[in-house]
Design a protein around this ligand. Structure first.
Ligand code: NAG
Ligand code: NAG
Length: 254
């Protein structure tokens, strides 16, 4: 491959790549990959290089023409041509859906046809997880807690915490169409001192901002049988003293 001709410093790295690929003399079109949240607005940009007025066509992943040189061809009002200039063409998609995913084609009908594909990826962030206990929590008996995220794409990562300490859960997921259902099961054997303790299930996901998580707390309500303790009012007794005995009973429920 020949070294590229001296490129003007303002060129984008992607365009330099194309240039280096040996097409330096001709007009070019270049597209970028785009990620959008479900329901959000995506913007797909096709960069034009040395545009000479040739026809530019944008097609959806099913290869249906969305815009023919700037004129709407497919009747889907969610798509809008935000810009068509000599430098770029910007396609805006509102209320993005999972079935909008795929490759969008930017075609330039010049002497030789160029096309570039922008890959649109639609992410589904998780809602706060649902946490449920398999049974009533009883002192000394095994308890199963389930943390569920019914819908996310890609799968979320689920973790259990008590205070800041992570507890080992068993995670599983399955794909339902394009989205993932997932859960994490935590097994524990609560003691009476765990009554009132708060466990948290945390979902992290690439579509949530950096460091952001969805959290659901779960407070343990541990059932335990009553026990009684008797406290005398004094330990040394003389004849004629009055003795008060206090009986303290604890149990859940009372
Ligand atoms: C866009 O995504 C496709 C498919 O994942 C990949 O092959 C291509 O290299 C990506 N292009 C850019 C410019 O990142
Ligand atoms: C395509 O559209 C561009 C921008 O509006 C225009 O400059 C160009 O002349 C059009 N090309 C043809 C062949 O109609």
């Amino acid at each position: 491959m020949q070294p590229p001709p001296r490129a003007p410093p303002a060129l984008l790295p992607g365009l330099l790549l194309l240039w280096a690929a040996g097409h330096g003399r001709a007009q070019e079109v270049q597209a970028e990959n785009v990620t959008v949240l479900e329901g959000g607005t995506a913007e797909i940009t096709c960069h034009l290089h040395r545009y000479d007025g040739s026809i530019v066509v944008i097609q959806n992943p099913a290869r249906q023409t969305l815009f023919f040189n700037g004129t709407r061809a497919l009747k889907d009002e969610r798509f809008e041509l935000a810009e068509f200039s000599r430098r770029r063409l910007r396609l805006r998609l509102a209320r993005a859906r999972l079935d909008d995913e795929g490759g969008y084609f930017c075609q330039l009908y010049a002497d030789d046809t160029h096309h570039q594909i922008a890959t649109l990826t639609v992410l589904v962030p998780p809602e706060p997880p649902l946490v449920q206990a398999g049974a009533l929590a009883v002192e000394g008996e095994e308890l199963e807690l389930t943390c569920l995220v019914p819908r996310a794409r890609p799968p979320a990562t689920l973790r259990w915490y008590r205070d800041r300490r992570e507890l080992p859960g068993r995670s599983s997921h399955r794909q339902e169409g394009k989205v993932f259902w997932q859960r994490s099961v935590l097994r524990l054997r609560p003691e009476r001192r765990d009554h009132g303790a708060v466990l948290t299930c945390e979902a992290s996901h690439p579509a949530l901002g950096r460091g952001q998580r969805r959290l659901t707390p779960f407070q343990l309500d541990v059932q335990y049988p009553p026990s009684a303790r008797i406290h005398p009012s004094q330990s040394v007794l003389r004849q004629g003293d009055t003795l008060v005995l206090t009986c303290a009973v604890s149990g859940n429920p009372r």
